[in-house]
Write a protein that binds this ligand. Structure first.
Ligand code: ASP
Length: 340
């Protein structure tokens, strides 16, 4: 009898505890973005250029933040935030994407939703103004996760997404970059350190966004032109679920940027989530381990942005810089470019 009484008390107390903790955990939201990691050095930056980057980062994150603040979904916040960066010629995604060795544009993007682990991705597309939206359409309206090439372009058109002429994406800056990278490649060992730094910097510039909404849903998206001078329809990590993008409501949402081959081999985004899920690491510890020990250990470089189910964030890199910004539920904006 005593035992039963004790057990009932225990159950009642346990329920009370659960009730109390449910009542006190106020839903929160947050958003983090990146505009690429790489050899971003103060010496190579003009105040005007830096201001231009800061302005677009702030504008983009504000769009997503407003959606989340008004109770909108993390999916919508990620999509609309990335649109701003895809439309800016400053970033290597959408307008302003880097050129392939054949002087063409091949865009990659992916999206993942943390509730049911739904995902969509496209690779090597040439005519979609907002590749992130095409990735979302693949997730929502196709039986597949990843589409590529002309088929992916056709699918996007059939979904009513905005289609543009391939020339839309070309910018003078990227045409010149391709020329310089090709010249540097031809010179190989004899290139100067300034030229080497330039080449390194041209490789990157992907954009990405992760968000947590008031419903507790996490979402992640990444969009890129890939690497300058890429050949043979090369595909990087950005459209690969688990490498460049991952979201799971139980852990975190991650978007990566950097040397894609190393990010694929390290399965970066999923590895961060797995360290949280199986080893109980915090998002910062997990991101630090994967970027520095794993990617860095293999000789790769780059960074990630992430947010967990409580709104904790990580902005980790092993490069001199990463264009990035974070906005919490209070609306505090934090825009950063350099590592320090
Ligand atoms: N990760 C991208 C790629 O390898 C490049 C970048 O992040 O800028 O295609």
């Amino acid at each position: 009898m005593k035992k039963i009484l004790f057990l009932s008390l225990l159950i009642a107390f346990g329920c009370k505890q659960i009730e109390t903790s449910d009542q006190t955990s106020t839903p929160t939201f947050g958003i983090v973005i990146h505009g690429g990691a790489g050899t971003i050095l103060r010496v190579n930056m003009t105040p005007e250029r830096e201001a231009a980057y800061r302005e677009v980062l702030a504008e983009a994150i504000q769009v997503g933040h407003t959606i989340l603040k008004n109770g909108g979904s993390s999916q919508e916040a990620v999509e609309k935030t990335i649109h701003i960066m895809e439309d800016s010629p400053l970033f290597n995604a959408g307008k302003g994407a880097v050129l392939t060795s054949d002087e063409t544009i091949e865009l990659d993007a992916s999206f993942m939703h943390g509730a049911q682990l739904d995902a969509g991705a496209i690779s090597g597309v040439k005519t979609i103004r907002h590749p992130i939206s095409a990735a979302i359409k693949v997730m929502e309206n196709s039986p597949h996760v990843m589409l590529s090439g002309v088929g992916a372009d056709a699918f996007a058109a059939s979904q009513g997404l905005e289609i543009v002429a391939p020339e839309y994406f070309f910018t003078e800056r990227r045409i010149n970059s391709l020329k310089r990278v090709k010249e540097a490649e031809a010179k190989k060992e004899s290139i100067s350190s300034t030229e080497e730094a330039f080449v390194q910097h041209q490789r990157y510039g992907t954009v990405g966004c992760v968000a947590l909404d008031l419903e507790g849903n996490l979402a992640a998206g990444t969009s890129t032109g890939g690497m300058t001078n890429k050949k043979w329809n090369r595909i990087g990590d950005a459209p690969i679920i688990g490498a460049g993008t991952y979201a799971n409501n139980a852990t975190c949402a991650i978007s990566a940027t950097g040397w894609g081959e190393f990010f694929i081999r390290s399965v970066v985004a999923h590895d961060i989530s797995a360290l949280m899920e199986y080893k109980g690491l915090s998002i910062q510890e997990a991101a630090h381990t994967v970027i520095h020990d794993k990617v860095g250990g293999l000789g790769g470089d780059g960074g990630v942005v992430g947010i967990d189910s409580k709104g904790n964030v990580a902005m980790e890199m092993n490069t001199p810089g990463m264009y990035r910004a974070h906005m919490d539920a209070e609306g505090k904006l934090n825009v950063k470019i350099y590592k320090d």
